[in-house]
Design a protein around this ligand. Structure first.
Ligand code: NAP
Length: 288
């Protein structure tokens, strides 16, 4: 039987609507408006599209957007000063430095400069440490979006065999941590994993975050597994994931499309994180 296709757009829309309602309730309670500052250095067209989409989502959710665009030749100390200002600005609940940054700037060091309480991308060392230790904190948006999708489709994670393809700090590692927190038995694969197909075929939940078009084929998938495709690869065929969609849909139980799967969840999770940060800064517990 063909897999059920996960509708990431619908789940993301639902999350955004919930954030919009909770932003209104937060304003009524505190008299404050959550704010998200995005910082884009340079004119990378893909990054400009992402930042534009994030600002648009802010407007839809009632979050104040602060859109900082700096020239590609901005010196590192100027960017550092801007981040320091945003850290100190009470109107800014969350700060997102769009990566990658131009070569004169160390993206990891600049990200680490962001106040962890405003780290809505969940990428500072403190946020990563909190996640690793299972402490409360802001989680990276795409990994959080993956878990939200699995929950939306009632995928049992406790005790499940979960295999994550990819071990990046941005995606693979935090997804694995979140799955572990939910009591899955987690295996992380990478470019040096031996017999990748055999490891993947054990998975009840398979998450591909590799950046290789159609790497995951039917032979990698256990019948009935939930398969989440994080990959976004621009090819001659257009945007494709890391999963061979047509082949895998015949074997999997649940499958995300690309586009329309994980992608929309990233921005919705960013909105949820901005509200969460605003609540924490106001001394309120997060509702979810
Ligand atoms: P990355 O930093 O390049 O990491 C890729 C990971 O995949 C690495 O751990 C690498 O292993 C592993 N890998 C590469 N080739 C492999 C192979 N043949 N077999 C097994 N593992 C392999 O990429 P990323 O930032 O994690 O992103 C991964 C994908 O997700 C990309 O397509 C990216 O565009 C996409 N993405 C999508 C969203 C979204 O919102 N939908 C957000 C972020 C990223 P090594 O560590 O051994 O090199």
């Amino acid at each position: 039987m063909a897999a059920t296709i996960i509708d990431g757009k619908a789940v993301a829309q639902g999350l955004r609507a919930r954030v919009r309602d909770e932003v209104a309730a937060f304003e009524a309670e505190t008299g404050r408006t959550p704010g998200l500052a995005t910082v884009l250095v340079g004119e990378d067209p893909a990054s400009a599209i992402y930042v534009g989409a994030k600002q648009k989502a802010c407007a839809e959710c009632g979050i104040a957007g602060f859109d900082h665009r700096l020239p590609a030749d901005t010196p590192a100390d100027e960017l550092a000063s801007l981040l320091d200002e945003l850290n100190a600005d009470d109107a800014v609940s969350g700060i997102l430095l769009q990566l990658p940054v131009p070569p004169q700037i160390d993206g990891t060091a600049m990200t680490a400069r962001i106040d962890p309480d405003k780290d809505v991308d969940g990428l500072t060392p403190l946020s990563a440490g909190r996640l690793a230790l299972g402490m409360p904190g802001l989680r990276p948006c795409t990994p959080e979006g993956v878990i939200t999708l699995l929950d939306a489709y009632d995928v049992e994670l406790q005790g499940a065999e979960a295999v994550v393809l990819g071990r990046s700090n941005l995606v693979g590692k935090p997804i694995a941590q979140l799955l572990l927190q939910r009591h899955a038995t987690v295996t992380i694969c990478h470019s040096r994993t031996r017999d990748l197909a055999a490891v993947c075929a054990r998975a009840d939940v398979l998450v591909a975050a590799v950046g290789q078009p159609k790497l995951v084929t039917a032979g990698h998938v256990k019948p009935g597994a939930a398969v989440i495709d994080v990959g976004t690869n621009r090819t001659d065929e257009g945007l494709v994931g890391d999963v061979d969609f047509d082949a895998v849909r015949e074997v999997a139980g649940l499958l995300t499309p690309v586009p329309g799967g994980v992608g929309p969840m990233t921005i919705a999770s960013l909105m949820a994180n901005t509200l969460r940060a605003a609540r924490l800064q106001a001394g309120l517990r997060s509702p979810a």
